[in-house]
Design a protein around this ligand. Structure first.
Ligand code: SAM
Length: 278
């Protein structure tokens, strides 16, 4: 059977696949499909979240550029990320603790059962503190401080809406340690340029340093996919290349997309995208 992701009212992406599981959770409709070209994939409210075929690009680029920019990060907060891909990549670093705040426990359970290749056992790591809650609520209430905050959310729809406001980014700033860094996914540079532009503006208002990174992720149609970083002290685009290279080599991250050259290259933006975020 064919199923269609409706990204905009006028654009649909059709993929042929077999429905493996469907569940209406208290927050969203969660579907898992088996497909020929993309492997298994997770849909939330009919939006493709992640696929076995190319999830590594997204999760490596969501995690490593921020953590490698920091000198020996110890505590990381992941907001969302119920499929476990971001958690798997964070745990490749010698962090002392990872707090994951995911609003929908069903996404975790279904991902562990149907998409085990994403978390690869990461949910059993003793460094993980798993909290089932709204990420914005947790960040407002916690007294903890983190070296990095990774926002692995869907687009600003449904329960994720609370993760895109200026107030939310201010609260992220407040839970970050003095030299802390945040990163978030900010959608397709061509089909969701409004999401990129508005969130870059908000993050630039709160953080002394803000930067956009891009990566090509086949599942996310519409050209380059984007990530926005906010940094309290480190100028993430001006890091010493030698330091980056040494840190990447010393960690042996076993990545399939990210490397120390990509760290630098992914900040280089086409003119059209630079203009869009001005
Ligand atoms: N890793 C995915 C990818 O590759 O694009 C990103 C999507 S991940 C599945 C998004 C997660 O964010 C979902 O599990 C969803 O339940 C969770 N989520 C949505 N709104 C949230 C909120 N306000 N607080 C915490 N988690 C939230």
């Amino acid at each position: 059977m064919w199923f269609y992701e409706t990204l905009h009212s006028e654009i649909k992406l059709g993929i042929k696949g077999r429905l493996l599981h469907k569940k209406k959770t208290p927050y969203q409709q969660c579907c898992i499909y088996q497909t020929k070209n993309f492997g298994r994939l997770l849909l939330l409210d009919d939006a493709i979240q992640t696929t076995e075929y190319d999830e590594y690009i997204y999760h490596e680029m969501l995690v490593h550029p921020a953590l490698i920019s920091l000198y020996k990060p110890k505590s990381v907060l992941i907001v969302g990320g119920g499929d476990g891909g971001a958690l798997r990549e964070v745990l490749k670093h010698p962090v002392e603790e990872v707090v994951m705040v995911e609003i929908d426990k069903d996404v975790i359970e279904l991902s562990k059962k149907y998409l085990p290749s994403l978390s690869k056992g990461a949910f059993s790591d003793k460094r993980l503190g798993l909290i089932i809650d709204d990420g914005a609520k947790y960040i407002n209430e916690t007294g903890k401080k983190f070296d990095a905050v990774i926002i692995d959310s869907p687009d600003p729809v449904g329960p994720a809406k609370s993760l895109f406001s200026l107030k939310f980014y201010q609260s992220v700033f407040n839970v970050l340690k003095a030299g802390g860094i945040m990163i978030r996914q900010s959608g397709s540079t061509f089909l969701q340029s409004g999401e990129l532009k508005s969130n870059y503006r908000k993050i630039s208002k709160i953080f002394p340093y803000a930067a956009v990174q891009i990566a090509a992720i086949p599942t996310y149609i519409g050209g380059f996919f984007s990530f926005i970083l906010g940094s309290k002290k480190i100028n993430i685009r001006r890091l010493n290349e030698k330091n980056i290279e040494e840190r990447v080599l010393s960690l042996d991250l076993k990545t399939k997309y990210y490397n120390s050259q990509i760290q630098k290259a992914s900040f280089i933006l086409p003119n059209k995208i630079k203009e869009r975020i001005k």
